[in-house]
Design a protein around this ligand. Structure first.
Ligand SMILES: [Zn+2]
Length: 482
């Protein structure tokens, strides 16, 4: 039926000319204007990212143009206009990166006809029906609205597609189709890596009696360590440590701390590559199950790697203290080589962590720099679009545990552990990610060499050296199905 085919083709406007991704210019009507410049930077970032993730050699885009007044679309922050194939972006867009991605999704759709060919995957009931609106079909708009999220929040897609987890209303089949067609080269989690076998342990609870409340939580390779503080209306004074078996939660040791002033006992746990150390009354002490070492001549407030205590002094740089002599020295920290999408590395918030037995600095969510034994700094960008919440060493020197965070449609944050191979950049997640998907609201990742735990409001999501996650309830907190 050649006539019918011709008619169908005629429904889609011809493309005046395709360009290779790298040849698409990004330009501005007012290049000297700061708002225009920032929007152009974001547009360029979105374009480059989409280019890297796409397997299309050419796309139907003439240029990306930053202009105050974007006409011809009800989404006035951006448009993709035919004929001419110009992507227009407003410098007033709240999120020029996202708007550019949305418009480029239209362009890719125009190039390959995805929403036309799979209209059943992109129901248009959420798209407003505006009389006289001359933009894309409502099906094409429904497609672009899913596509724009996917480019920036790939993890959400993957989780939704793999688990059917209700973190998105979008049809997993639509997500999978967009992923295959639009972003085939986007980094993805290796859900099915056979080397990662997952067994979820039985939840257990730790308590220290009604007079205590849970303070900090840490772990060493064999135990979960809990620091207890006096409950406001309890009779306890000072502070207490308990050690628990990873798998069963059985308490194996208890230690009441020798606080100088039991009414005010400032104790905290300092992460170390062999397990946590205790900072008590300003002094640092090595911990063992039920035992407390002599005060060390350093008062590290950061992390301990081997025989060195490391901290980030307020004025920048990095400070190191020899745990045997107490001698301190300052180190310059080079500016990382990786780029941040939205901010400059130099001003990004940095924090101390551990990476495979090395002291490491994480810059916001963007990357990780660690110091090798020979003093050289290694930089590694993290997949920012995954929303990395925290990172910690997990499986020796090459793997880094990531606490991934993303948002579902209700604004709930979704977190779980995955691992990043620092050499290949490959992300590894447990074979079956779904039992690990838990809805958690606050917390941090605590870790040492070969372990990582996530303390949350009364619960822990833990990962032992074998990457076996445990869900652990603390102090009476109900733990939902992990
Ligand atoms: Zn649109």
């Amino acid at each position: 039926m050649p006539v019918l085919v011709l008619l169908l083709l005629a429904c889609r406007p011809e493309c005046d000319g395709t360009r290779r991704w790298a040849d698409i210019p990004v330009a501005s009507a007012q290049p000297g204007d700061l708002g225009h410049q920032l929007a152009a930077d974001d547009a360029r970032g979105a374009l480059d990212q989409l280019a890297a993730w796409s397997d299309l050699a050419e796309v139907c885009v003439h240029d990306v143009w930053i202009e105050d007044e974007v006409r011809g679309a009800y989404r006035v922050e951006g448009s993709y206009r035919l004929p001419g194939e110009r992507v227009q972006i407003s410098p007033f867009a709240d999120d020029a990166w996202g708007v550019t991605t949305h418009e480029l999704c239209h362009a890719v759709d125009h190039t390959i006809g995805l929403s036309d060919d799979h209209a059943e995957l992109f129901p248009d009931d959420e798209v407003p029906d505006i009389p006289g609106y001359g933009g894309p079909t409502r099906t094409a708009e429904a497609f672009a609205r899913i596509c724009e999220d996917g480019a920036r929040d790939h993890l959400r897609w993957q989780t939704a597609a793999a688990c059917g987890h209700p973190m998105t209303d979008d049809d997993p089949a639509a997500l999978a189709r967009i992923q295959e067609s639009i972003f085939p080269w986007a980094p993805r989690l290796a859900w099915d890596d056979p080397s990662l076998q997952v067994a979820v342990g039985a939840p257990w609870r730790a308590t220290a009696g009604p007079d205590w409340r849970q303070g900090e939580v840490a772990a060493d390779p064999d135990h979960v360590v809990v620091l207890w503080k006096p409950a406001p209306d309890g009779r306890a004074r000072g502070a207490r440590l308990t050690w628990h078996d990873w798998a069963t939660g059985t308490r194996v040791a208890t230690l009441d701390l020798p606080c100088t002033d039991p009414e005010w006992c400032p104790a905290s746990l300092v992460p170390g590559d062999a397990g946590p150390l205790l900072r008590l009354d300003g002094a640092l002490r090595v911990l063992g199950p039920g035992t407390l070492g002599e005060p060390l001549p350093c008062a590290a407030s950061g992390v301990v790697v081997g025989d060195q205590g490391w901290r980030l002094p307020g004025g920048g740089g990095l400070e190191r203290c020899d745990l045997s002599t107490g001698r301190t020295s300052s180190l310059e920290v080079p500016v990382p080589t990786y780029a941040l999408a939205q901010q400059h590395v130099g001003t990004a918030v940095r924090s101390l962590t551990l990476a495979g037995g090395h002291v490491a600095l994480s810059s916001a969510d963007a990357g990780l720099s660690w110091r090798r034994d020979d003093g050289a700094w290694i930089d590694h960008a993290l997949p920012w679009h995954l929303g990395v919440r925290a990172q910690a060493p997990l499986l020796g020197t090459s793997l880094q545990a990531l606490l991934l965070e993303t948002n579902d449609l209700d604004g709930q944050r979704l977190r779980y552990l995955a691992a990043l191979d620092l050499e290949t950049g490959e992300l590894l997640a447990p074979t079956d990610p779904c039992p690990q998907v838990v809805d958690l609201h606050a917390g941090a990742l605590l870790a040492g060499s070969g372990w990582a735990v996530v303390p949350e409001q009364g619960a822990l999501l833990g990962s032992a050296p074998s990457f076996t996650p445990y869900a652990i309830g603390l102090e009476g907190a109900p733990l939902s199905d992990p």
